[in-house]
Design a protein around this ligand. Sequence first.
Ligand code: BG6
Length: 506
Amino acid sequence: MSNPLRSPLDQRLPRIAGPCGMVLFGVTGDLARKKVMPAIYDLANRGFLPPGFSLVGFARRDWADEDFAQIVHDSVREHARTPFREETWQQLCEGIRFVAGDLGDPAAYDELSRVVAELDEQRGTGGNHAFYLSIPPGLFPVVLEHLKTSGLAANTPDAWRRVVIEKPFGHDLKSAQELNALVGTVFDTGSVFRIDHYLGKETVQNILAVRFANEMFEPLWNSNYVDNVQITMAEDIGIGGRAGYYDGIGAARDVIQNHLLQLLALTAMEEPLTFAAAEVRAEKEKVLSAVRLPKDLAAHTARGQYAAGWQGGTPVVGYLQEEGIDPSSHTETFAAMRVDIDNRRWAGVPFYLRTGKRLGRRVTEVAVVFKRAPHLPFLAEAVQELGNNALVFRIQPDEGITVRFGSKVPDTSSIEVRDVTMDFQYGEAFTESSPEAYERLILDVLIGDPPLFPRHVEVELGWTILDPVLDYWAEQGQPDQYASGGWGPQVQYEMLARDGRAWRRP
Ligand code: BG6
């Protein structure tokens, strides 16, 4: 029987998947090649996959099994985290199959059923298969429909079938509800795994560990002491080859709706009774339901679009000049907004969220900014360089935590105080390196462990929060331009200045 206290935080490895396989839709996409395939190899290399694990690729390509195996091999060679071992590769390779066919062709699903059944015989996968939909959202309905009619989606008492759905889960509340209803006609709730890869990051799970394992932070974690919370996810990359996905979606749908709202939920939620999936999700849903948008969206949201500029010493083109982008596109590549949380703990504490592409550098952090001390018994000039205390979860790439506080400047006759920082670095404190988020999440799917996957309620709450902002922006025309390689549009600074605050420099 499973232990109700099992959680993302208290499970002890090793947790090894039982007999199973995965069917991957969208094998030629960036995500499959850069994240999913390497993560599968890394799991195999770390001994977390069963020896008979099978990976079936499905696509409209004229490939044989060997051609697909070559694609997986190249992606592993280029992107895997752990060293390449011929022995691991050979074992994995023996379970690789390819089914060529159109996503809408029933015959292709018949062939897929045959291959899956054959693998159960040859490799002992036991009828347990996860279907990973790494495909554009417009194609979800057709694939789901065929998984249903072909019988591939059917659980039996002895064998499981699960579906892994990549975001975006809809493009607004209505479409998310429709998609959810559709998924519900094919897979039962416990078999649906919605990926938000931020939840697979160790540093994101660490927010819960730091908050709830320690005594010294939680008493301060409320509106008595916290002035504001700033959640920043900055990327230096542009849209790369993802024009088809990104245009019309934009920064808020791509990142705020899921990753940043999840970070907000983990930072702001109440302590769950246990770390079992239902308890953690219930607390996240409670806090997300309490999120309130500002009345004046013009004053409290900001957006931008990257213009040409310099990145790492190289000139780069603006968003509108990117290949495949409509030159009159209004899609934002930078988005920022203020939200409030209507509950006792957070009343009056703004949460500022922002994300953007082609910014100065890649950094994701959650900064909890504290109020100033109520009284400072120092000369005014002695505290000029004292800012607000802050606790910063450095999610990536420099993983750790920074605490900022004031300290005496040495060798001054009167006490002069300046900000200093205390750093915890994952790399120094622990010898184990963090696995990639996808390793953790794929293993959880294969084991059937759901705490790190958002329920549809969370997804819908995300859209409920975002929809009014998106509707408002849709009427505003072209977003402000900002130079690539900088820190985004000026409007974001004005947004905080109106509240008498400023963004922390990441
Ligand atoms: C994805 C977004 O979810 O997250 C991408 O679709 C973004 O646009 C990516 O680049 C960033 O992920 P990470 O893990 O590098 O922060």
